[in-house]
Design a protein around this ligand. Structure first.
Ligand SMILES: Nc1nc2c(ncn2[C@@H]2O[C@H](COP(=O)(O)OP(=O)(O)O)[C@@H](O)[C@H]2O)c(=O)[nH]1
Ligand SMILES: [Mg+2]
Length: 201
């Protein structure tokens, strides 16, 4: 199956739990997959969404971290939904420890009964800290498949990439195939993400 995106549209932003859209009333799809894109502020979530969907400015990218505090929904060809989560871990921004982030995330996983997937993005140069691990514990509890995307891999010399990947595989205690080094600049990893998406949509 080819993966040509005809229409990728911003659907809405959710700031509080009352705002969650009833997707069934908007999109007629029996088993619509909903894909949550989750990561720290500045981890490259918006750039990732833009490059995967081949839209320059669909998801807002910003060099000032912590700006996006809402969940932003994107409808891709009525085939799947991307949900850009608010970043965490930036001073002053919503964190997974904060009431707001938790409430929105809990509600997201509770609200949508259908197929859900998590793309967990992390800057490949960062060390995973307590906050990341705490969030990962929460995400694992949701019993939703997680694909780990190591962003900004263009910043790592080619010879070091496989070592970096192995370290994350160990930290996340996950299968090698669920960790994908990715670059929004060079598009490295894009084909791997697309094959994953093709399998689930
Ligand atoms: N070198 C490099 N920079 C990136 C990459 N992805 C994002 N960035 C930069 O990292 C910053 C944060 O990216 P953004 O997508 O806004 O992150 P978000 O806060 O998680 O949505 C921006 O300055 C981007 O240009 C990447 O793959 N490689
Ligand atoms: Mg963003």
């Amino acid at each position: 199956m080819s993966f040509v995106i005809k229409n990728a549209n911003y659907l809405c932003s959710v700031w509080k739990k009352e705002d969650f859209p009833d997707l069934r009333s908007i999109i007629s799809h029996n088993d619509l997959p909903i894909i949550a894109v989750i990561g720290r502020s500045n981890s490259g979530k918006s750039s990732f969404i833009n490059t995967i969907l081949e839209r320059k400015n669909l998801a807002y990218t910003s060099s000032s971290p912590g700006k996006t505090r809402s969940l932003n929904f994107y409808n891709v060809d009525d085939k799947f939904i991307f949900v850009d989560f608010p970043g965490y871990g930036y001073k002053g921004a919503a964190s997974p420890l904060s009431k707001d982030w938790n409430e929105l995330a809990n509600h997201f996983f509770y609200q949508y009964e259908g197929r859900k997937y998590i793309l967990f993005l992390i800057d490949c140069r960062r060390k995973v800290d307590q906050l990341d691990l705490q969030l990962l514990d929460f995400l694992k509890l949701q019993m939703v498949p997680i694909l780990y995307i190591l962003t900004k891999i263009d910043k790592v010399p080619k010879t070091k990439i496989s070592g970096v990947k192995s370290q994350f595989v160990e930290t996340f205690s996950c299968d090698k195939s669920s960790v994908i080094p990715y670059s929004s600049l060079t598009k490295q990893g894009k084909e791997d993400v697309i094959s994953y998406l093709k399998k689930i949509i």
